[in-house]
Design a protein around this ligand. Structure first.
Ligand code: PMP
Length: 401
């Protein structure tokens, strides 16, 4: 059985981290994987997470019994409210609910699997460029066509809204469209409010199904409500939709796999039927989801003082990213690095899409031991006051060599 199995190519981002770990150079920096780092370059366990974990450890009433297939209700309800807003018409009309999944990836996979069985189209549209897993998930869920809509304009280093709208206008009816709710990965460029309105209008006309992927709520602006405004606009316009939510980044719970698939339907009866079918899909995959991370998130979201503490931590993370954007741009300007580096501060969220070519990326990795994705994406959270000079020097050298 095994001797005929081909070797699969490595997953780029994990391969980059492995190469970084093997590198012995003391000046090495990993700007690849999308995870938050402190200004000392260390992972950060949010203080509120520590607080809740110690409360949990001391609570002898908690046990390790199985969760229901749909997950921890206090978590899925609070997570769905976080995405849709307390005053969401869909929540008030009992036609929105959640389903716990293995983080954002699991929520996407579950939702796409559902649409592959029950949706009206086998075509899924993803932004060009996008997080590569979107394509892989569509393929593995047996979507026959995985198409790209234009998104990033290389020349203007901004959103190509006309191209995006044209591609959506030409999409077959009922196609699924994956939209990044905020802090687009990898470009850090989001549509403005009027542009979201235009996107919604085209999608309604073509009966396209919006599947929001919101993996960075809080990271775009530091404001949880503002970051979910795209999703809420579509709900207000009475779309039925899915939202995959991840708590990896905004809670720093990367390895706990805390996610929710928020579901908005036209009525309560549809919601019940969809949730029942999701159970049938989740049962043979993971049977029921893990509890630890979901309980941390539920406890925090459902307690006003812990919630306030969490919001403070989000502000700490998002403002550090903003200040590192300004610092990196300033250093490149000081070095007189050719080109405008305004896009570094214009872009939002964890990433900056630098515009560096694949050749320049190789040069930077080899000569400076600064690891970044082949498409020039850098994780701004890994830039610090101490390594910024080194990163700027590497970029400068690559651009001017
Ligand atoms: N969507 C996007 C756009 C992402 O960047 C990520 C994380 N890299 C995810 C979803 C899912 O992450 P996780 O499975 O850790 O929640």
């Amino acid at each position: 059985v095994f001797k005929d199995v081909d070797m699969a190519p490595p997953v780029a981002v994990f391969n980059l981290t492995a190469r970084y770990k093997e590198d012995k150079d003391p000046a090495k920096v990993n700007l690849g994987v999308g995870a938050y780092r402190t200004d000392e370059g260390k992972p950060w366990v949010l203080p509120v997470v520590r607080t809740v974990e110690s409360q949990m450890a001391a609570d002898s009433t908690l046990d390790h019994e199985y969760l229901p297939i749909a997950g921890l209700k206090t978590f899925t309800e609070a997570a769905t409210r976080l995405a849709l807003g307390d005053d969401s018409p869909a929540l008030l009309q009992n036609r929105a609910g959640g389903f716990q999944a293995l983080s954002g990836t699991g929520a996407l996979r579950l939702g796409i699997d559902f649409l592959s069985r029950f949706g009206k189209s086998k075509t899924v549209y993803v932004s060009d460029p996008t997080w590569p897993n979107h394509m892989a998930i569509g393929r593995d869920a047996h979507f026959t066509e995985i198409k790209k809509y234009r998104y990033w304009d290389d020349k203007t280093k901004a959103l190509n809204i006309d191209g995006m709208l044209e591609d959506l206008r030409n999409a077959p009816e009922h196609s699924v469209v994956i939209l990044h709710g905020c802090a687009h990965n990898p470009t850090g460029v989001d549509p403005k409010k009027e542009q979201w309105e235009q996107i919604a209008e085209v999608m309604a006309a073509k009966k396209l199904f919006p599947f929001f992927d919101i993996a960075y709520q809080g990271f775009a602006t530091g404001d949880l409500d503002a970051d979910a405004s795209s999703v809420r606009l579509f709900v207000k316009k009475e779309f039925e939709l899915f939202v995959s939510q991840s708590f990896s980044k905004n809670f720093g719970l990367y390895n706990e796999r805390v996610g929710n698939l928020a579901i908005v339907t036209q009525d309560n009866d549809s919601l019940m039927r969809v949730q029942s079918q999701l159970e049938k899909l989740a049962r043979p995959m993971w049977s029921n989801p893990p509890n630890h991370g979901a309980r941390i998130v539920a406890t925090t979201l459902n307690n006003p003082s812990l919630f306030a503490e969490w919001k403070e931590a989000i502000r700490t993370m998002s403002s550090r990213v903003i200040s590192m954007r300004a610092l990196l741009k300033q250093k490149l300007k000081q070095l007189n690095t050719p080109g405008s580096w305004d896009h570094i501060t214009d872009q939002i969220g964890m990433f900056s899409y630098t515009g560096l070519t694949s050749k320049q990326v190789d040069f930077i990795i080899q000569k400076y031991h600064v690891y970044l994705m082949q498409d020039g994406r850098i994780n701004m959270c890994a830039v610090t006051n101490s390594n910024c000079d080194h990163i700027a020097a590497a970029i400068h050298d690559a651009v001017t060599s």
